[in-house]
Ligand binder design. Structure first.
Ligand SMILES: Nc1ncnc2c1ncn2[C@@H]1O[C@H](COP(=O)(O)OP(=O)(O)O)[C@@H](O)[C@H]1O
Ligand SMILES: O=C(CO)[C@@H](O)[C@H](O)COP(=O)(O)O
Length: 472
């Protein structure tokens, strides 16, 4: 029996088709998403179709689940149409709206109420921005969804009447607890929406997706009429991408992972919800019924993309160059806030290169400084997770940049824990597929995880010391 998992992530859509019993990937496909932090959801729907086709279609698939980038604001009118382009998690225009919400309700009170202290990434701040900046759009909002909610709804055949066999039934929108917990108007602690906060942000109440349980299936199976997606395939609840990665890696309570994709995230599975009034740790729920405290940075894989491009090398060569430098990169420190930053909350920050001397201003030192600076932000995130009581024995590395051997080795120098590297793969999509298999069979399926590398901690304190001395 085969199941399909989808990762509709920031940069691309990935589809894996797996054996439901073993998790072995038998086919896969992918398609790019448009660049930018404001995207027409139609582009995700088109990319999904291309990726499904590249994966050979779903004719032989028994269940499907969608994981997706978290927090993106998808606003729908009462005809099921998307009102404006979605604002993504890495769009910082709602930073003033976030500050307003923090001022109105208080940081500690919001952390207690929703698990989150609002920053520009979270959906609630985007709704407040919409209310104040595009009131004509805010007034038309009948429902608010997240990327994976909206794609699930479309795959089930819902949407504007002219495009969807099942029409614009907004009550058929669903989500799961992991993605709901990233909105800022749902509480992982109570498992309920906070409608007062939703209305205070948007200016009025709206339909929000029904939160399915971890192994619950959508009431409708597939029904979109796509040529290579037969009608009636069961669709599972789906998840936010980090929670889906936790499923794909088989993380258990107490385990932690670090993902290096467009975002950098450090997260772990906890048995109790967290409420960090400093806002460093987001108190998310996971997709299994536990919790997923998480620290996210906005500057991760693309820092390396940018420095590799500057040096005129590919990722492999960037890694090789970095390893010819030495820990501390001869004093060169890159604070990599190219896109502003979320943790720490510095939405308008830019990147800075410190410590340039005639000796340090060399290609290999810049390559290493980029990797070290990017990993130092994640190491601080890991420490913040540990401060919440999480005591992981190792870190599992995932995401596009985690496949780079230099990043793996430098991670062992900065994280202070053993680093486990799984076989290259799409672990968000695999986690979604595992959820689909488990929901279909009514019990969690254990899929083995193949590791290709395990690195012992190789502490190089100079890296974090000199970063801390320079960084904001
Ligand atoms: N070997 C590598 N070394 C460093 N970065 C890499 C490597 N391979 C891919 N990447 C980067 O990883 C990113 C894509 O990772 P991915 O986890 O798929 O991102 P997302 O889920 O945010 O869309 C891209 O920025 C890509 O350039
Ligand atoms: O905002 C967060 C987590 O809070 C990000 O992790 C997004 O969920 C995007 O993930 P990638 O597409 O970078 O994997």
């Amino acid at each position: 029996m085969l199941v399909a998992g989808i990762d509709s992530s920031t940069q691309s859509c990935k589809v894996v088709i797996c054996d439901a019993g073993t998790g072995e990937v038998v086919r896969q496909g992918r398609a790019p998403h448009p660049p930018g932090t404001e995207v027409d959801p139609a582009a995700w729907w088109e990319a999904l179709q291309v990726a499904i086709t590249e994966a050979g279609g779903f004719n032989d698939v028994s269940a499907i689940s969608i994981g997706g980038q978290q927090h993106g604001m998808v606003v729908l009118d009462d005809t099921g149409r998307v009102i404006r382009d979605a604002l993504l998690w890495n769009d910082t225009r709602s930073a003033p709206a976030a500050a307003q919400l923090r001022e109105e309700y208080g940081e500690a009170a919001l952390a207690e109420r929703t698990g989150l202290v609002p920053v520009a990434s979270f959906t609630i701040t985007k709704l407040r921005w919409l209310r104040d900046t595009e009131p004509q759009h805010a007034a038309r909002v009948a429902a608010v969804a997240l990327p994976h909610d909206w794609l699930t709804w479309r795959l089930a055949g819902f949407g504007p009447a002219s495009e969807s066999p099942n029409g614009p039934d907004l009550a058929a929108l669903t989500t799961d607890r992991s993605d709901a917990s990233g909105t800022g108007y749902w509480s992982a602690r109570t498992g309920a929406y906070d409608r007062e906060l939703l209305a205070a942000a948007l200016g009025h109440d709206a339909i929000v997706p029904r939160v399915l349980g971890p192994l619950e299936l959508h009431d409708s199976g597939t029904g979109s009429g796509l040529a290579n997606v037969p009608a009636g395939i069961p669709i599972a609840a789906g998840a936010g991408d980090n929670a889906a990665a936790a499923l794909g890696l088989g993380l258990k309570a107490g385990d932690a992972a670090i993902s290096i994709g467009t975002s950098g995230t450090a997260f772990g599975v906890a048995t109790e919800p967290t409420a960090d009034a400093s806002g460093t740790v987001a108190g998310f729920a996971d997709a299994s019924g536990h919790y997923l405290p998480l620290v996210a940075t906005m500057n991760a894989a693309r820092v390396l993309d940018s420095v590799a491009e500057l040096l005129g090398v590919d990722h492999d060569e960037l890694g090789r160059l970095a390893l010819t430098s030495a820990p501390g990169a001869q004093g060169l420190v890159l604070q990599p806030y190219f896109e502003g930053e979320r943790t720490p909350n510095l939405p308008d920050a830019t990147a800075t290169l410190f410590g340039m001397t005639l000796a340090s201003t060399k290609r290999e030192h810049l390559a290493r400084a980029a990797i070290e600076g990017m990993l130092c932000g994640l190491a601080s995130g890991l420490n913040a997770l540990q401060d919440t009581g999480l005591t992981p024995r190792s870190i599992t590395l995932v995401g596009g940049a985690a496949m780079n051997p230099a990043i793996q080795e430098i991670a062992a120098e900065v994280f202070g824990l053993p680093v486990r590297v799984p076989k290259p793969g799409e672990y968000v999509a695999r986690g979604a597929a595992r959820q689909a298999a488990s929901a279909l069979r009514g019990a969690w399926q254990d899929w083995p995880l193949d590791l290709v590398r395990e690195l012992a901690p190789a502490p190089q304190p100079v890296i974090r010391e000199q970063y801390a001395a320079r960084a904001q």
